[in-house]
Design a binder for this molecule. Sequence first.
Ligand SMILES: [Zn+2]
Length: 105
Amino acid sequence: MVRSRIAWEWRRITVHMELILKPWVATCAETQKYLSEELDGELRGRTARRIGRHLARCPHCREALRSLRRTVDGLRKLGRADTSPDPVPTSVASQVVDRIRRGDP
Ligand SMILES: [Zn+2]
């Protein structure tokens, strides 16, 4: 009975704290919305500060940012692999051309 009352009061206090801190600290929903901008360093001014403060206190959003960073890094590596010259197809192609020239089956 007393414990549930304390839990209820604590929830109430937490909600009030969030409302009081709102101008200074972003909520989880806002932070999730701005994660890619945060990753690219595109956030400026008040939004950047509010998101930064939220990330400092919320392990859930920090983990979301980390996993987004891993995904983006992986995609960038894939992008680089796609644009770099690939020696295998070229050598396979030249072998095929050589065989045709020599008249091999
Ligand atoms: Zn959060």
